[in-house]
Ligand binder design. Structure first.
Ligand code: SME
Length: 169
């Protein structure tokens, strides 16, 4: 089956674009439960749909964040939880929207071109298992619409990964 991304029109609102993107994501996630494979495709899908500067994932491994599949420029590989927007999102267990990364104490600049950022933590059984990190080269790129749909996407990824576990209960 082909997985070409064909949006109905190039004039979609952000909500419409997310809605179509998440429909495509649902198809892809229905076919695969491997988290790394799904991270790779979700990063590609978001990058293709929105042209984000950097989009990717960090996994929680041995108490720190480690770089996982992404699309964009070379990034730092390990992030301690007391550092960066990603570390803060894990510690707070909630999504962080940063309109201007220069104003976020402790922001880690993997690229000087990154201007704003959103980080969505994925929680399974009360623990963060990975984060979705999206960077923009424009200030104030992300808002509640991004938060809403990206949180939904992360929930879909968790469901695809752990669905068998849930069914076995
Ligand atoms: N800016 C992030 C680090 C990861 S990169 O943006 C890819 C942070 O402050 O945690």
């Amino acid at each position: 089956m082909a997985h070409d991304i064909n949006f109905t029109t190039s004039l979609l609102s952000k909500e419409q674009r997310y809605t179509e993107t998440l429909q495509l994501a649902q198809h892809l996630l229905a076919e695969e439960n491997d988290l790394i494979a799904n991270m790779a495709n979700m990063a590609a899908l978001l990058r293709q749909a929105f042209g984000f500067f950097w989009v990717g994932f960090y996994r929680m491994v041995a108490g720190e964040l480690r770089l996982a599949p992404f699309q964009g420029t070379v990034a730092c590989t390990r992030i301690a939880l007391h550092r960066g927007v990603c570390g803060a999102a894990v510690t707070r267990q909630s999504t962080l929207v940063v309109p201007n990364v220069d104003e976020f104490e402790g922001h880690i600049a993997c690229s000087s071109l990154s201007k704003s950022e959103i980080v969505v933590p994925a929680l399974h059984r009360g623990e963060v298992v990975f984060v979705l990190d999206v960077d923009s080269d424009r200030l104030r790129e992300f808002d509640d619409t991004d938060r809403h749909f990206l949180e939904k996407l992360v929930a879909m990824m968790l469901a695809a990964t752990y669905q068998n576990e849930e069914q076995q209960k």
